[in-house]
Design a protein around this ligand. Structure first.
Ligand code: COA
Length: 261
């Protein structure tokens, strides 16, 4: 995709590195960034060479410092609904991405930036990272899924505290509350994010995809229905080449070579 202004895609082997590249505005999400992000993830979804995605922000200060306040300031109420829904659709597509998406958070993840990180499957943070939902201080609420996904991840109490105070939490507290998987020095962030992704991509790709499906389905359904869905996926996996390869490799005491079929 050559016509992107604010999102860059690079490759590291089987990993696509997606960078929001608007550092002069701390990678704030204007309409164009949201639209480009949507197009990039659509494109990557159809590319079988992608085994995982790292999503990050350009520059040393921010992952994403939120939705673009300059744009939000000019909204009418119908614009507000549209802006929220468009962002939610892109973030939902990231959450539903069939390969693992790791957010590498190297600084501020505020407002829409925090919500974007929450829509990723995993988050790894540098020691200078800050997570927060400061929207109420601007007279709005999080509109890209923050009022839903934060509570699911860290529990109601902490989500309510963060959302109502607008206070940002430091990386070490984010780790303690389960918001991020690990905190690493800023210089090591991308290396560690790739290493985390590769702990996943070495596994059976179909199994990883269906595990994500089962986990997210369970969030929205009853336990009984979720268990039924899990069993169906478990059964489906029993017919894959990857399942045969994974088990044969174990029995033959060698590393599995998964083909994703
Ligand atoms: N929307 C639009 N522009 C933003 C932005 C946002 N969410 N966050 C930062 N920027 C812009 C600033 O306006 C500034 O632009 P300028 O140089 O043209 O004036 C530039 O990015 C650098 O930000 P600055 O505020 O100078 O950096 P800082 O280090 O002093 O402060 C923050 C960093 C993150 C604390 C501060 O930028 C901030 O509070 N941003 C808004 C966070 C927010 O409320 N997000 C939720 C939005 S719903």
């Amino acid at each position: 995709m050559s016509d992107l202004n604010y999102v860059r895609v690079e490759w590291d082997g089987e990993l696509a590195i997606v960078t929001i590249d608007r550092p002069e505005k701390l990678n704030a999400l204007n309409a164009e960034v949201i639209s480009e992000l949507g197009r990039v993830f659509d494109d990557l979804r159809g590319d079988d060479a992608v085994r995982g995605v790292i999503l990050t922000g350009a520059g040393e200060k921010a992952f994403v410092a939120g939705a673009d306040i300059g744009e939000l300031a000019t909204m009418g109420s119908l614009d507000g609904v549209r802006v929220s829904r468009e962002g939610q659709a892109v973030f939902a597509a990231i959450e539903a991405f069939p390969r693992p998406v790791v957010a590498a958070v190297g600084g501020y993840a505020l407002g829409g930036g925090c919500e974007l990180a929450l829509a990723c499957h995993l988050r790894i943070a540098s020691d200078n990272a800050r997570f927060g939902l400061p929207e109420v201080g601007l007279g709005i609420i999080p509109g890209y899924g923050g009022t839903i996904r934060l509570a699911r991840l860290v529990g109601l109490g902490r989500a309510i505290e963060m959302t109502l105070t607008g206070d940002a939490v430091r990386a070490d507290r984010a780790e303690a509350m389960g918001l991020v998987s690990a905190v690493v020095p800023r210089a090591d962030l991308m290396t560690e994010a790739k290493a985390l992704a590769r702990r996943i991509t070495k596994n059976g790709p179909v199994a990883v995809r269906l595990a994500l499906e089962s986990i997210y389905r369970a969030v929205d359904t009853s336990t009984a229905e979720a268990l039924g869905f899990e069993s169906s996926l478990f059964g489906l996996l029993s017919s894959t080449d990857d399942m045969k390869e994974g088990m044969t490799a174990f029995l033959e005491k060698r590393a599995a070579e998964f083909r994703g079929t």
